[in-house]
Design a protein around this ligand. Structure first.
Ligand code: NAP
Length: 287
């Protein structure tokens, strides 16, 4: 892979723009094969979560593979997330469980995965209180140096404003669904003005965008794969991506996005696809 640039978080930490997504990557052998292929291809960032049930396997795979490439813990950036079942009073316990499962000493970035709480109705008035309690727990572990940076995922502009007004430590990053059909202009503007790094998930639209006629046309124009075009579109805007693949070959090719540029015309064509379509869950109804 050509060199992967990094973005600077408000904590001062450098986060690589490309990371390996691990949702649905389960089973020790599968995780080891994907992590190893990613390290070989130059990935230095890995995105896990309590709900993916693979934190322990990701941690073990890194411990096994890092020395093979002459790398150490400090050379990689590990993200994980607090599960919605631990939102609120159980947040400290949930975050400590993530630290124990990964067993890598510390977590580079820990996110509240979802603004709601598992088992609560989206309109339940306890949702904001639980978010605040979770954030306080993350702030405490951040102060102890166990969570190097803390942030959120799937927050809407309303959830973000609530957090920005009440927090002691501001969120370093927001991870949200982002691809040409979901441009998230309001969230991105809010992040920009608040110093919060914006990171994309489901950049490939869970593979559904790979057959979009406009994506195919741009891919043909620049002799690249549709996946490379979708990933390049985001990183060219300085937005981090987390493509998930279980195939070593696709993991490798998804990393080949730093040695070409999409021209203004192709960027405009892709920007023109924005229609607010989501491939994942919509958090906008969570109170
Ligand atoms: P995605 O990365 O948009 O798409 C993954 C799908 O695309 C898989 O089915 C994969 O299949 C396929 N694929 C990958 N590269 C390909 C290529 N070059 N050619 C053809 N097919 C390809 O979807 P995602 O997993 O939803 O999102 C990525 C990551 O973001 C997740 O793994 C997770 O880490 C994170 N995420 C976070 C949240 C959140 O709530 N914070 C939500 C969703 C995702 P193969 O495995 O067979 O290659």
């Amino acid at each position: 892979m050509s060199t992967c640039p990094s973005v600077r978080l408000s904590t001062g930490a450098q986060m690589p723009l490309l990371g390996l997504g691990t949702y649905k990557l389960v089973g020790a052998e599968n995780v080891l094969q994907a992590v190893d292929a990613a390290l070989a291809a130059g990935y230095r960032s890995f995105d896990s979560a309590a709900v993916y049930r693979n934190e322990a396997d990701v941690g073990r795979a890194l411990k096994e593979s890092l020395p093979k490439y002459g790398l150490s813990r400090e050379d990689v950036f590990i993200t994980s997330k607090l599960g919605p079942k631990d939102q609120g009073a159980n947040a400290m316990e949930g975050a400590v469980r993530s630290l124990t499962q990964l067993d890598l000493g510390y977590i580079d970035l820990y996110l509240i995965h979802w603004p709601g709480t598992q088992g609560l109705d989206v309109t339940d008035h306890k949702n904001p209180d639980n978010r605040a309690a979770s954030w306080a727990a993350l702030e405490e572990l951040h102060a102890q140096g166990k969570l190097k940076a803390i942030g959120v995922s799937n927050y809407t502009p309303t959830h973000m404003r609530e957090l920005l007004q009440s927090c002691k430590v501001p969120p370093a990053l927001l991870q949200a669904e982002f691809h040409p059909r979901l441009g998230q202009p309001e969230l991105r503007a809010l992040c920009l003005e608040s110093g919060v790094c914006f990171q994309a998930y489901s950049s490939l639209g869970r593979a559904e965008l790979l057959t979009d006629p406009v994506v195919l046309e741009v891919a043909k124009n620049c002799s690249r794969t549709p996946a490379q075009v979708l990933l390049r579109w985001a990183v060219q805007q300085n937005i981090g991506v987390l493509p998930k693949s279980s195939s070593s070959e696709r993991i490798r090719s998804n990393a080949d996005i730093f040695d070409f540029t999409l021209c203004d015309e192709d960027m405009a064509k892709l920007n023109g696809l924005d229609c607010g379509q989501r491939f994942c869950w919509d958090p906008s109804h969570v109170l």
